[in-house]
Design a binder for this molecule. Structure first.
Ligand code: BES
Ligand code: ZN
Length: 885
């Protein structure tokens, strides 16, 4: 485990490496506890002169076996080797030399799942960000690019499959004299220079499905997806998603695949979702395996998105990589933008956009407004693993989207073409990226660049006035950006706001702006205060602004409930229409919260309840959209709206009261639509069918809200023919009718049906971990002893422990502190094995300061208890100390 050293890495300290490694030849002799790694590195000085300083290579928990330069074994005096560093003081007086390093590692004992490790008896690697240094000593930094040749040797029976990056060069039995050694080998060569974090190998015994893809220029690419034996059929959807991704990248970004092979391997122990290793993507099996009996529609959508994301990295990340880890958003933010656009094109754009914004608000906004806030491009880090955040990813993607909004689709594409052409083969920076947009469009993006450099969510206030006599509309806009932990003073941002002035017929009025600040349907807010006038407007319009969520801001608009209801019914922008309804929900919920806190009983406007009913039945809208329109803000969303001294119990009560009110006001209509949405034909995971299921399941939740209304959910559970409907019914029973015989029976049935399917048991864990109320603290404690749980497996830990803390406000924040205690103990237990996963789930403490004083105190105690542990990993210490600061 990498223990915290207190070292801080700073962007301004970046220096190019004095040494380069143009060529890397690796030989692995794979063994569970004694894997020998030989690295033959061609080292060259950057200057072209003999070296004038020591060569310092990175390591992490390494054991050096031998060291030789130009074929001569080094004597002990000429180097020092520690587990985390190899320093060679005496180097040849030449600009190029060959270094051979032998290390020995034990993949079986590697529970951190970084470097080379074993999962279900297979060998696999994870090298991003700094895992390669757990395999051999190296210049483990993304700006050192090398051409890799990899020879793998292993037991032929136990490990028949041997994969690495690039193309297979040769394979065969390992001869030992005249005898068959029982071992075999394979040699792989990747012609594209790459940073060490993109290295991968897989050794094991796996089943596979094969396919092929013909690129736009007619090259044939062999595609393979490797999964546990017996699960091959469940990889079909992933393969289909891969081929669609390859085609889409050609059509939309002009990007063609560049190797003869593209392999994907699914493993069941994986710290993240998936990894884009060149030509050999390695996936958490949750993002590969799906069939109707075991995967939900959300799982299918996740597979499609992650397959696309990792594939798209081939150009945005691999062909053009990052100069240093401060530039992480260069590949991640951009690639998220690309996978979002892909999913929008494959499914429904409006539905996709709403889902993205909900995710952004649920994850990124709290991060940006709490103690862990950091810019999309950070300037400092203690532990890089902790910067794979929703700010770098999702806000990073929003920034790219804003660039496209500002430039328009055409200039955006021309700029991207220039980026690919100019930087192919480079380790680039955000400045390089921004430059292509400036050059192509002739625009000055220096103020806009602050989106990369300043943390925090800007807020914008808007007011609209209509002067009937002057036939004029005036918009007043004001922006503000609150201080964040590392930046007290903020500069003004360039905020692109898509807008429309909606006339009484629901159509946008073609209003003429007087003065600058408006281009087409985009307002460019650049100053603190900005006033925009539109002339020639006779009727009073309703303002629709931040359409499509063109900027990731918090918007406060003076607008009446009538105007919002009007937008919720008529706005031509479907995102804005959804937003108007969501704002109405939020207002109703915060008001109900206050009423409950004051000891009263909340009531809701009949106009709102009727609007919801009408929206549910509006056949001009696709079912998936209607489902989103019926989904109330989550407890976390309501908490953020309230801001301070939060009482999670009152939030849950307020939300339940609104669910009941909407459900009872629309009971008959909802029941009719529920029946109408029942499946007719065979199962298909496509967007239209998934949308019908999602609408039906949202309605099931409303219809099952009244105490004792278990029938519909129980019968849906029993008759379900796919996992989406079964899991949804189970969740409704467990959450709405917790403790009822029907809920208890369904939970037991689910467990016995799916005991042998870990990914399905994860759903069972999640559903139980999110049952509202403090009793769930004990449930989670018990489930941690369930035979299907494993503290070593990240998917199990996330499903049970992670979900509990991230998605169960009333149990995690139990007033007596028992939820925090349980969680803190679990985090420490995970940390001893897997610091990355522990640190990630520990971020659930991030909003502790917004709680009411009693809970705040209990949460702080739990955080302090973690921080007082000695020998804390750098991962967990970094998170806990920033959270407490
Ligand atoms: N490069 C990352 C995976 C990664 C991140 C590995 C950090 C090791 C450390 C990959 O491209 C990625 O971003 N994966 C996401 C899923 C994606 C769809 C956003 C993930 O794993 O969560
Ligand atoms: Zn990525």
């Amino acid at each position: 485990m990498r223990v915290d050293t207190g070292q801080v890495f700073k962007l301004e300290d970046y220096r190019p490496s004095e040494f380069l490694i143009p060529e890397t030849k690796l030989t692995f002799n794979l063994h569970p506890t004694k894997t020998l790694v030989q690295a033959e590195l061609t080292i060259r000085t950057r200057s072209g002169q003999p070296p004038n300083a020591a060569l310092v290579l990175d390591g992490d928990e390494l054991e050096l076996r031998s060291l030789a330069i130009n074929g001569k074994v080094l004597d002990a005096a000429s180097y020092t080797a520690t587990p985390d560093r190899l320093t060679i003081n005496e180097l040849p007086q030449a600009d190029t030399f060959t270094l051979v390093i032998e290390t020995e590692i034990a993949p079986e004992h590697n529970k951190a799942l970084s470097g080379l490790y074993r999962s279900s008896g297979n060998y696999t690697t994870q090298c991003e960000a700094e895992g390669f240094r757990r395999i051999t000593y190296f210049l483990d930094r993304p700006d050192v690019l090398s051409v890799y040749t990899v020879r793998l040797e292993a037991d032929s029976k136990e490990t028949p499959l041997l994969l690495s990056n690039g193309n297979l060069v040769e394979r065969g039995p390992v001869e030992s004299g005249a005898l068959d050694s029982g071992r075999h080998y394979a040699v792989w060569h990747d012609p594209f220079p790459k940073p060490s974090y993109l290295f991968a190998l897989v050794g094991g015994d796996l089943g596979s499905i094969k396919d092929s893809f013909t690129t736009v220029s007619g090259r044939e690419v062999e595609l393979g997806i490797y999964v546990e034996h017996g699960k091959e059929e469940r990889a079909a959807y992933a393969m289909d998603a891969l081929k669609r991704s390859m085609r889409w990248d050609e059509e939309v970004f002009g990007r063609e695949y560049d190797l003869d092979v593209f392999n994907i391997v699914a493993v069941s122990d994986f710290n993240m979702g998936a990894m884009e290793n060149k030509g050999l993507n390695i996936f958490n099996d949750k993002y590969v395996l799906a069939d109707e009996a075991t995967a939900t529609d959300a799982d299918y959508a996740g597979i499609e998105a992650v397959i696309a994301h990792e594939y798209f990295h081939n150009w945005t990340g691999n062909r053009i990589t990052c100069r240093d880890w401060f530039q992480l958003c260069l590949k991640e933010g951009l690639t998220v933008f690309r996978d979002h656009e892909f999913s929008a094109d494959q499914r429904s754009r409006a539905v996709k956009r709403i889902a993205e914004v909900r995710g952004l608000r649920a994850q990124q906004f709290p991060e940006d407004q709490g103690p862990l806030a950091h810019p999309v491009r950070p300037r400092r880090y203690r532990e890089i693993n902790n910067f794979y955040t929703s700010t770098v990813y999702e806000k990073g993607s929003e920034v790219v989207r804003m660039i496209r909004t500002i430039l328009g689709a055409e200039d955006f594409r021309r700029s991207m073409d220039l980026y690919f052409e100019r930087h192919d083969g480079d380790a680039a920076t955000i400045e390089d990226f921004l430059r292509v947009f400036e050059e192509v469009s002739g625009r000055d993006l220096s103020q806009f660049a602050l989106w990369y450099h300043q943390a925090g969510t800007p807020s914008v206030q808007v007011a609209m006035r209509h002067d009937a006599d002057k036939r004029e509309v005036t918009l007043h806009l004001e922006q503000a950006l609150a201080p964040t932990p590392t930046e007290s003073r903020k500069r003004l941002m360039h905020i692109p706001l898509q807008f429309g002035l909606v006339g009484q017929d629901g159509r946008d009025i073609a209003a003429k702006p007087a003065g600058d600040g408006v281009e087409g349907d985009v307002i460019h807010l650049r100053k603190r205060h900005q006033t925009i006038r539109f002339t020639d407007v006779s009727e009073r319009p309703v303002l629709s602004i931040n359409r499509g969520f063109s900027a990731p801001i918090m918007l406060a608009m003076e607008q009446t409930a009538e105007d919002r209801i009007f937008l919720a019914r008529h706005d031509s922008d479907l995102f804005a229409r959804w937003q108007a309804l969501t704002t109405l929900y939020t207002q109703a919920l915060t008001q109900a919260y206050r009423t409950i806190r004051g000891g009263g009983t909340p009531e809701f406007e009949p106009a709102l309840l009727a609007l919801v009913g009408d929206t549910a039945g509006n056949e001009a809208l696709e079912p998936a959209y209607r489902a989103l329109a019926l989904s109330l803000p989550g407890e976390g969303d309501i908490a953020r709206e309230i801001g301070q001294t939060i009482d999670p119990d009152a939030i849950l009560q307020a939300r339940n009261a609104l669910v009941l009110a909407i459900g009872s006001a629309n009971a008959d209509g909802f029941a009719a639509i529920y029946d109408e949405m029942a499946a007719s034909g065979p199962f298909s995971p496509d967007a239209a069918n998934a949308g019908r299921r999602s609408l039906r399941n949202v309605l099931l939740d409303y219809l099952s809200a009244p105490a004792g209304d278990v029938k519909r959910a129980a019968s849906q559970y029993e008759s379900a023919t796919n996992m989406t409907d079964r899991a949804a019914a189970l969740a409704v029973l467990a959450h709405r009718q917790s403790g009822s015989p029907e809920a208890v029976a369904a939970l037991a049935d689910f467990e016995s049906r799916f005991r042998a399917e870990p990914l399905v048991i994860d759903k069972w864990f999640q559903i139980q971990a999110t049952v509202p109320g403090t009793a769930t603290v004990d449930t989670v404690r018990e489930l941690m002893r369930h035979s299907g749980f494993s503290i070593d497996n990240p998917n199990r830990v996330r499903s049970l422990v992670g979900t509990f803390a991230a998605a169960n406000q009333t149990a995690f924040h139990a007033a007596d502190g028992s939820g925090y205690k349980l969680f803190a103990d679990a985090v420490l237990e995970v940390e001893r094995r897997n610091p990355q996963v522990a640190a990630r789930i520990a971020t659930s403490f991030r909003s502790w300061r917004s709680l009411e004083p009693g809970r705040q105190d209990k949460a702080r105690q739990a955080l302090v208890a973690i921080s007082q542990h000695k020998d804390l990993s750098s991962d967990l210490r970094d998170i806990v100390e920033r959270t407490l600061a």
